[in-house]
Structures are given as C-alpha cells and as structure tokens.
Design a protein around this ligand. Sequence first.
Ligand SMILES: Cc1ncc(COP(=O)(O)O)c(C=O)c1O
Length: 409
Amino acid sequence: VTPEGAFGPAMASWTAALRRSAMEDMLDASALPDIIPLALGLPAPEMFPAAALGESIASRLRTDARALQYGPPASELRSFVAALMRRRGVACRPEQVFLTAGAQQGMSLLARLLIDPGDTAMMEEHGYTGFQQALAAAGARMATVPSRLDTGIDLDALERAFARGPRPKLLYAMADGHNPLGISMPLGARRRLAALARACRVPIIEDDAYGMLSYDDEPLPALRSFDEDWVFYLGSFSKTLAPALRTGWIVAPEAFMSPLGSLKESSDINTATLGQRVVASFVASGRFDDHLAGLRAEYARRRDAMLIAVARAFPAGTRWTQPRAGFFTWVELPGAVDTGRLFHAALEQEKVAFLPGPAFAAEGATPARSALRLSFSYCRPDAIADGVGRIGRTLEAARAAGAVETRDA
Ligand SMILES: Cc1ncc(COP(=O)(O)O)c(C=O)c1O
C-alpha cells in the first residue's frame, strides 16, 4: 500500500484495514475546552489518588534499585491481582496472571495468539471499537451477533450462529458495564454463554475493564468464574487507579503464558516497571479498598444524576439502559433521529458532546442511527444534568425544524 501521491516506502498490504474511525473525528471535535464532555469514558480526574501515588513513586525510587531497570513482571502485583480476582468469583494462581500495558494490549496479544490472518472473530453489533482495531491489526474478519438491551449479547442468535457455522475463532464479550450499552448480563445468561463457548469450542475474550466498578452491593461473578479453559479474562487498573499507569492483566491458562511473554517482549519488552511497582506499593499500603469504595460511591452518584436527567430531557418513547456498573448509558430515541446530525448540532448550538450510536457499529453491522452513548464518569452531577438537558433542547429544536430526522424515516 503506497500512500496516495507519496514516493516513500510502501506499507504492508494488511494496513489497508487500518482506517481512521468516525469516532476519532468526533473525539477531536468534542475535545474543545468549553464543551461539556459526555462523550469520552475518561475516569474522573479529581478522583485520581495523585498524592498517594506520588508517595508510592517517591518511596519506590528511594528504596527499590530495580524500579527504573528493565525487569520481569512484579511478582507481588501478580499475587495481588490473583487475590483481586476472587472478588470477581475467579479462582486463579499468580502464575496464571499475565501483566499487560492495559486491557487494550491484552486483547491485542490474545488476538495475535488466537487468530490467523483471514480467520473470523465475533463481537456484538454494538461494541468497543478498540477490539475491532486490535482484530483488524491481527488480520481478522469480523462477524457480528445482535445485542439485547436486557441481557446483552443475544444468546439465542449466538446459539443459532454457532449451529449454522462456520464458528468464529474467538468471541469478544463484556458481562459488566458494557461499552457502549451500559448493560450487565444476568447470572443465568453468563452461565449459558460460558456453557455455549465450551460446547462449541469457541474461546471467549472477556473484557472486564469496568468489572470492579459495580454499583450493586453484590456484583455478579465474571464469565471466567464459569469456565477456566474457554474464557480468557482481561482486567485493568485504568479505571480503578489511573489509565496513565498503563497496567492491566490477562488471566489465561498457563500454557499461554510463555507465548504471551514472547509476543509481548517483541513489542514492548515488559510492562512499564515503574508503573507496576507503583501500583504494587499503592496496594501494599492498604489504600486500594477505601479508594475503590470511594470511586463506586461517586460514580453511582453520577450515574443516578444522569438517569434522572435522561428521564427529564428526552421525549416519550425514549428507551435507555440502567447501568449497574461502568461509565455509560445507552439511549435509543423514538422515531428515526440521525444522532450523527444531532451530535454536530449539540456541539455547535449547546456546547455538549456525546457519541452517536453508529460510532460503535461493528464492521458489517447495521448502525444504531437513533441511539447515543452518554458517559457519566467524567463530569460532576450538576454538569451531567446541565449537559443532558442541553442535548434534550437540541433535539427538541432540531425536530421542530425537521433537521435531524433520517431520510428513511
Ligand atoms: C471496554 C474497554 N476495554 C478496554 C479499554 C482499554 O483499557 P486499558 O486502559 O486498560 O487499555 C477501555 C477503555 O476505555 C474500554 O472501554
């Protein structure tokens, strides 16, 4: 592939699959300073434990000669992660924990290990775009399965697709705090999905980036708790500590540890040594539990503010999800509203940003034109109420002017 009009070196042919997404354009447009940002899934900056992390860094640098050196995975962090996994209902040993530079790197490494170029991977029709990017880079084709707003992945449709064949090489699933749908799968659906994966021999990549941020008193167990062989688990400290630490993990069968190690070494040698050790020190200081409890309480407050605002701002017939975990709610507007056009109108007229449903459509899936994703993680409750109200006003004005109905209405 030679970039058009360029004389420079040609890129490998697979890079044709790398496209700038509509999402990236929208993110650029919505990153202006005076915009109320309900678009991005960024953690609340004022909740970062900056002072405690600062102490952890200073004490590491004073006392740990290996903190700035190349190094193997921090064994104390692997042990802590193994203990943390018990809260997700998962029994695992530190030897099954593979530290990564975030969940994103985890899915990228697993895609490379499970996919040959031209193989098919499967995801829901509306899903996390980072998974699509990781799979495109591994040379995968994408098949999709419908989502349901009550149970998440449509298990009847999945069962039919597996029975019809050909079966995908892997299936991507989020059981808690689904991005973008804001759904958590009911217990029975989790059990059924794990059983289906085993019976049909399709490995699941379970993305649990938001699993620790559950707003229920008794969070449901992760998919991996139902099957240790067929479910690969991805975890992350990005949402519970800070994304800049770039520290996450995979829980996988031990046979995968050595190939994962070789693959990761070829890319970045090892997960940032300092980041790992800072997370380990923070945890060792006993602060993690209080910090997590504070996050859950604050994000639950923001979630509640958003749900109240959504109920007020949008017209009768609007449907939206009630997130039990994570950062997002998904809103489906009645009629045939083009939320791409609504996005531009809201940005220009009311200075508020969200993401239109089609930004999350998997390749080949029917885009959710009348849907939008709202994030409640970044703004404080009063800004959330204000921002959602502004989107509602934009919709009202645009509808009155006939400006956002789709042509196929
Ligand atoms: C569903 C999902 N998975 C993974 C990631 C990336 O996480 P990390 O920072 O751990 O790479 C995100 C980030 O927003 C996400 O929403």
